[in-house]
Ligand binder design. Sequence first.
Ligand SMILES: [Zn+2]
Length: 92
Amino acid sequence: MIIRIILFLIFTYFGIKTYLLVSRYIRRRFSQDTFGRPEQPETVNEMVRDPVCGVYIPVQQTLTIVSNGVRVYFCSEECRRRFVDGGSDYKK
Ligand SMILES: [Zn+2]
């Protein structure tokens, strides 16, 4: 009789563990899918111009900042830093 209770407890324990593992796995998969999607799907494959050095780069490869409510794209950290330091020189 006591063996049955122990077996029951063991099965319950593993049942809960399995349930937690599965639910965590599903949640992780779900959040990966959510984060894997681009923020702005309509801009994918679009070419944008770096206002500092003037080159055109695919949106996915850019660094961005939001300046005066407008998103600005840069080819590199260097250009972004120059834009931030240079301020209004590049606004037009
Ligand atoms: Zn650049």
